[in-house]
Design a protein around this ligand. Structure first.
Ligand code: SAM
Length: 278
């Protein structure tokens, strides 16, 4: 546990959310302290976030410095379409993280169950990227499982050979397997979250998505960070899953939303049911 951080000279305490530009906030943090960052930048559309400027390179460099060896950054991002042309900002950012020193450990997809925005001359977009950047090989991977379609016993191939002659023996099918890297979530009230207050922010993470990353890449007591935490979803899910958290957002309005949202969980975390596996 990162108990020492609570005594940090800059007055930053664990399990708190701060209103500040994330670059200057991260500059106050020591090297190698964060186990996992789950965050989402303001995409291409700065107007929706009160027009704050966005310096991706400085953010990536600071994230690299404060992430522990083997720590992970989950960077959730989509592309805007400007005059019929996808910006590909997502990939430009991923290349930047790679140049700075992160491994691009995986490119995962966050698929949305309900997709209201249709284009007349293209297929309906239903996903965003979840880039998994790691500082060296990830030190923690707790693979989430999903039920297999078939169970029971079946004749299974036991010696697949180049000559095409396969021997089969009766074997037990696995009842579960590791999930794929495409994760699907319902969005909107009740899907993303049941916290009505969170919808005062225009772009909220599905809580379950956050939780799935927290369970995958950290263990209890680890420190989870969101430098652009908006309505506070990452912090809330870290709290409810027994992890420590730090949040930061440049907007006073969003920080007060996230603090109010978390307040109702701070005293009674044990009463909040966690999501069950799919
Ligand atoms: C996509 S939203 C994050 C939403 C969040 N994941 C949630 O579940 O509510 C991006 C956030 O980045 C914040 N932001 C933009 N530039 C920032 C900066 N330089 N430092 C800190 N926060 C910033 C915006 O205020 C906005 O709340």
């Amino acid at each position: 546990m990162n108990e020492t951080l609570s005594f940090y000279k800059e007055g930053i305490e664990l399990n708190n959310i701060y209103c500040e530009n994330c670059i200057s906030f991260m500059q106050k943090l020591p090297d190698n302290i964060i186990d996992l960052t789950v965050t989402s930048p303001p995409y291409d559309d700065l107007r929706n976030y009160n027009g704050y400027s966005f310096d991706c390179e400085s953010i990536a460099k600071q994230l690299y410095r404060i992430t522990k060896k083997g720590g992970v950054v989950v960077w959730v991002v989509g592309d805007k379409i400007i005059k019929g042309n996808k910006t590909l900002t997502s990939f430009k950012q991923a290349l930047l993280f790679q140049q700075i020193g992160f491994n691009v450990h995986d490119t995962m997809i966050y698929k949305k169950k309900n997709t209201p925005f249709m284009r007349s001359n293209a297929y309906t977009n239903c996903f965003e990227f979840m880039f998994i950047f790691s500082k060296g090989a990830p030190k923690t991977f707790n693979p989430l499982k999903t039920k297999t379609v078939r169970s029971g016993e079946e004749m299974l191939v036991c010696n697949k050979k180049a000559d095409g002659i396969n021997k089969k023996i009766l074997g037990k099918l696995n009842e579960e397997k590791t999930k794929t890297n495409i994760w699907e979530y319902a969005v909107g009230l009740g899907g993303t979250t049941k916290d009505k207050i969170a919808f005062r922010h225009p772009a909220i993470f599905p809580e379950k998505m956050c939780q799935d990353h927290i369970l995958s890449w950290t263990n209890k007591g680890d420190l989870v960070f969101d430098p652009m935490c908006g309505s506070g979803t990452t912090c809330k899910m870290a709290l409810l899953n027994g992890r420590q958290y730090l949040g930061c957002d440049i907007s006073e309005e969003y920080v007060s939303i996230s603090k109010e949202r978390l307040n109702s969980y701070l005293n009674f975390p044990q009463q909040i049911p966690l999501f069950s596996e799919n």
